[in-house]
Write a protein that binds this ligand. Structure first.
Ligand code: ZN
Length: 75
């Protein structure tokens, strides 16, 4: 597998940096060159699968306390 390089400066180390672009309501994570700061990718600020797993756990707990079936929610 070839090594990823910055298209601008050729550096091969990248970093995640939180940024809120103008006219954006939410912060996002820039994947950028650690040397020159050129942005090569953007992803949501939060880990959506981890957040969904957390919400699922809370929902199952609330349903169990209320005596509701969780068979369609739990694995
Ligand atoms: Zn660079």
């Amino acid at each position: 597998m070839s090594q990823s390089k910055c298209a601008k400066c050729g550096h091969s180390t990248f970093e995640m940096v939180e940024n809120t672009p103008e006219r954006s309501q939410f912060p996002v994570m820039f994947i950028q060159c650690a040397q020159c700061g050129t942005v090569i990718g953007v992803q949501p600020n939060e880990n959506i699968p981890a957040l969904l797993h957390f919400i699922k756990g809370m929902l199952v707990e609330m349903m169990q306390k209320s005596g509701l079936s969780t068979r369609y929610i739990e694995d």
